[in-house]
Design a protein around this ligand. Structure first.
Ligand code: NZQ
Ligand code: ZN
Length: 387
């Protein structure tokens, strides 16, 4: 058992209509609010009007139009308002992109310089404005973690930011996700699963967290098809939302060998170069990474995954069971409508070498500690296997 820290200071407020409790919670933080949101989905579902009504006693400033794969340019806008207006707290309403941009704004408000510096150098991240979140898409776990992912289109970089930026509270009302389109529902499911694989598929686990991970995977495998079939299925949406929060919060990693999160490293390069949906990139990369990582040493772990998640029979053919588990993973992503190959989304091998060099330079994880240790050529091979 490895030593671990688990610090989860965010108050999760889960359930229908619980957004109404937010004004009471934020009351002691002040009245100057920076409301952040994306391209308009919160207006279409009536959430924007609801928030304005609930916070009518506050002075609200806004940053809207935060992009999927949120740009540093949106962050700069928020930081400028936060500093100029002496904002008391940020109210982030949306998916992971809105929450992530808000986190960078929150620490940018106390930094004397460009907020991109904080992405490049986490040691510069200091104090942060309080963040309250209302989640509208189940995927990233940003509602329950202390990181964000920011894109700089000038430099083709998409990089994580870490620091003391846990939301103070996150409202999780599954009904807000009824309107999430099919492709984003599926991509969100792939993201939750990938967060789980990143923790689960390491060389050494433990019984408790292997079980957490397997339960996470079974939950998504059961609920995503239901949510796709009936977008208003409350129980399915609720299960996905609950799972979303546990993917990145650290719970799945406790007592395990620290994971280098290699598939996320590889995916962020794809999103940085091609602006693709994060979960789509993960769904394409994951089976290829599993296949590449399969060998005599790693087969037992992948076989156990097949047995405990897909219900495969335990047999003497460990390698065969592991292969079957990988096939079922690819089939699941295909069945929920996600592309299986990079070529299907217009990506060729032009930037693979650049992406491999970049990820090895900037990624926080050590690729030599992956399920199968990976070097530059291995990374390029995995990208190639996705063509
Ligand atoms: O912009 P709006 O109009 O809101 O539309 C969004 C966007 O087009 C739409 N959407 C969100 N909620 C909706 C909805 N449409 C209808 N009804 C709703 N209720 O969905 C689209 C995608 O939104 P986005 O926030 O980009 O999706 P997601 O939550 O998947 O976030 C993805 C970003 O998070 C990063 C990813 O890399 C990517 O940049 N990640 C953040 C992590 C973290 N903070 O810990 C970890 C993850 O691994 C991930 O890297
Ligand atoms: Zn992710």
């Amino acid at each position: 058992m490895e030593n671990f820290d688990l610090y989860l200071p965010t108050h999760i407020i889960f359930g229908k209509d619980r957004v109404e409790e937010l004004p009471e919670l934020t009351k002691s933080y002040g009245k100057k609010v920076l409301l952040t949101y994306g391209g308009g989905s919160i207006k279409r579902i009536g959430l924007y009007d609801k928030i304005k009504e609930l916070f009518k006693d506050c002075q609200i400033f806004e940053v809207s139009g935060i992009e999927p794969n949120p740009r540093i340019t949106s962050v700069r806008q928020g930081v400028e308002i936060a500093k100029r207006e002496k904002i008391d707290f940020i109210l982030a309403v949306g998916g992971g992109s809105v929450l992530d941009a808000s986190k960078n704004m929150a620490c940018g408000a106390f930094y004397d310089g460009d907020p991109w510096d904080l992405v490049l150098d986490p040691s510069k991240v200091g104090k942060s404005l309080p963040i309250f979140a209302v989640l509208t898409l189940s995927a990233t776990g940003s509602e329950y973690d202390n990181s964000g992912v920011i894109t700089n289109t000038d430099t083709h970089e998409k990089m994580p930011i870490f620091g003391n930026m846990w939301p103070v509270a996150s409202v999780l009302d599954p009904t807000y996700t009824f309107s999430v389109p099919q492709n984003q529902t599926a991509a969100g499911a792939a993201d939750i699963m990938s967060h789980t694989y990143e923790s689960y598929l390491v060389r050494k686990g433990n019984t408790l967290t292997d079980g957490f991970c397997e339960s996470m995977l079974r939950t998504v495998i059961e609920s995503a098809p239901r949510a796709l079939k009936d977008p208003n299925d409350y129980e399915a949406r609720a299960a996905l939302m609950m799972a979303s929060s546990f993917g990145c919060c650290g719970l799945l990693n406790i007592g395990r060998e620290p994971s280098p999160w290699v598939v996320h490293g590889l995916e962020h390069e794809l999103s940085a170069f091609y602006d693709i949906t994060h979960g789509v990139g993960l769904a394409i990369l994951t089976p290829a990474w599993m296949e590449y990582s399969l060998n005599e040493e790693t087969a037992p772990r992948l076989a156990n995954y097949g047995i405990n998640v897909f219900g495969l029979e335990r047999s003497a053919d460990v390698m065969g069971t592991a292969r079957k588990a990988i096939e079922l993973t690819a089939k699941f992503f295909k069945d929920i409508g996600l592309p299986a190959k990079l070529s299907e989304i217009g990506i060729d091998d032009k930037h693979f070498a650049d992406m491999a060099d970049h990820v090895l330079k900037i990624w926080f994880g050590d690729f030599s500690k992956a399920l199968r240790p990976l070097g530059r050529e291995d990374i390029i091979n995995i990208y190639r296997a996705c063509l």
